[in-house]
Write a protein that binds this ligand. Structure first.
Ligand SMILES: [Fe+2]
Length: 383
């Protein structure tokens, strides 16, 4: 018998050209003063921001811009954004950008009604959030984090080198505008890193202790789609039809993992990201093979068979080895350089990274129990 609990209160609009409807959608939501939350460069250099502001001029809406979101955003950026919202009486947040911009946008929206700093609400303290925030429209420019459909916002504390998430139903966007056009200008390396993040979300959702009959087909379809199309996108960055496939897969993997949680790869990728300051998808990839080797040992034949088929492994004979090989091949095609030592991490950092892992939500949903010793061993293998 199966039990599951599924809740995702986001209206999702998916399709090429929908980003130009963001002003109209803002108006339909009753907005009078909006804050666009984005990164420093991308939206400006592509001309998307200028075009968007131009379209907003057709509506009785005041537009403010907050373009202070760096990659791997520190928590105080959220506090700064929330101050602007309060002083300007903003009534809708429009987040456009990669996972960092969207994570900050939704955290700002909820922080508006919370005392203290947003860092008071990370990890186990997310359950202290008792007030809904203001509405949000989120539009991703990467196909990876799926922040636009999840209840997660990941932030960094630079002083303590912690990278932790806020997880709460109030973080769900009001509306997700998911437009493959916005991902067209994503550079080659970032296309690979964010696509791998989506691939690993699918993998970890499928393996999570909370995986169920609703999320499993979504995770497997996403896994199969990304495995097939991410290398093609990587070699044909201008192909919007291929971008659409990976973005679709990222969306459904997000719908799956926001219900199931993730696992050991994300539990380690977060502290690794905080130490090495490398893109999240890359941090995930570096640790994937050793975590999966550990997890594969306890999986049922059904799980291994389904995972194998998604990656083109059609028989159970040496399926585990061949699954690992298929994933290693994907990393190789995408020119991923493995090895923690290549990214400034020192052997003596490994115990500290291992100690951080249990603070993440993902640690608890790994299919096989993790301990400090196990995690340290995995880190040594990934070194
Ligand atoms: Fe991720």
């Amino acid at each position: 018998m199966q039990y599951f609990n599924f809740y995702i209160p986001v209206r999702i609009k998916f399709g090429v050209g929908l980003w130009e409807k963001i002003p109209e959608e803002s108006y339909s939501l009753g907005a009078k003063k909006i804050l666009i939350v984005t990164g420093k460069k991308h939206l400006k250099s592509t001309g998307i921001l200028a075009r968007l502001i131009n379209i907003y001029n057709n509506y009785p809406i005041d537009v403010y811009i907050f373009d202070e979101v760096p990659p791997e955003p520190p928590y105080y950026v959220v506090d700064q954004g929330a101050e602007i919202v309060k002083t300007k009486n903003i009534d809708l947040i429009v987040g456009i950008g990669g996972g960092s911009a969207l994570d900050v946008a939704k955290a700002i929206a909820v922080k508006v009604n919370l005392p203290g700093t947003i860092w008071d609400y990370v990890g186990e303290n997310s359950n202290k959030i008792t007030m809904k925030g203001i509405p949000t429209i989120l539009a991703p420019t990467t196909a990876g984090t799926a922040s636009e459909v999840t209840r997660v916002s990941v932030l960094i504390n630079p002083e303590t080198k912690e990278k932790l998430s806020i997880r709460h139903d109030f973080l769900y966007a009001t509306l997700a505008i998911i437009d493959p056009y916005l991902t067209l200008s994503l550079p080659k390396e970032n296309t690979a890193y964010s696509g791998l993040d989506a691939f690993i979300h699918s993998l970890e959702s499928f393996l999570s202790i909370n995986s169920n009959m609703v999320t499993e087909p979504l995770a497997l379809t996403a896994l199969r789609t990304i495995y097939k199309y991410l290398p093609r996108v990587y070699n044909n960055l201008e192909r919007i039809d291929l971008r659409e496939k990976v973005l679709y897969a990222s969306t459904i993997s997000g719908i799956a993992f926001t219900q199931t949680g993730l696992g050991g790869i994300h539990a380690l990728a977060h502290p690794i990201g905080a130490y090495a300051n490398i893109p999240h998808g890359l941090a995930c990839a570096i640790i994937t093979i050793p975590v999966l080797e550990y997890n594969l040992e306890i999986l049922t034949k059904e799980k291994i068979s389904a995972l194998g088929r998604a990656l083109g492994v059609y028989s159970l004979r040496s399926a585990k080895e061949r699954i690992l090989k298929k994933i290693a091949e994907l990393f190789s095609v995408l020119n991923i350089r493995l090895g923690l030592h290549n990214y400034g991490i020192k052997w003596q950092d490994l115990p500290n990274i291992a100690k951080e892992a249990p603070k993440t939500g993902s640690y608890k949903t790994n299919p096989r129990t993790l301990t400090y010793e196990v995690v340290l061993e995995i880190l040594k293998k990934a070194f």
